[in-house]
Design a protein around this ligand. Sequence first.
Ligand SMILES: [Zn+2]
Ligand SMILES: [Zn+2]
Ligand SMILES: [Zn+2]
Length: 124
Amino acid sequence: MTEVSSVIDETKPYWVVNKTVEQIIQEYTSLYSTCPLCEHIKVPKNNIGLHLRTVHLRFIIELLVDENLIYCLPCKLKCAPHVLRKKSTGILRGHYHCPFCEKILTRSHSFKGHTAGYLIEAIL
Ligand SMILES: [Zn+2]
Ligand SMILES: [Zn+2]
Ligand SMILES: [Zn+2]
């Protein structure tokens, strides 16, 4: 059995290992004063929970790897050139970071397709 926690950098805000949604909200509320997954977004003090629920947690992708539940949260930071919808507007695409490699995918179905490879590996 792979220790998923040794593979995944748990200091990153865009994935969480073996935590409930409630735990994520509690933790992020105590850790951050603005949303760690958005740029230039004003979040009312102590109200990151509401923002997380409406903007990020609704679009969470669950990965089950060796009995570890990994939640991947959509990130809205300027992490790569291709997350810019249009260079002129500077509007960013929500995207997902693969916890196992450097890949950043902007569509949830391509992210699921990409991570499916790891899940199959985990089962074998
Ligand atoms: Zn946010
Ligand atoms: Zn990102
Ligand atoms: Zn990957």
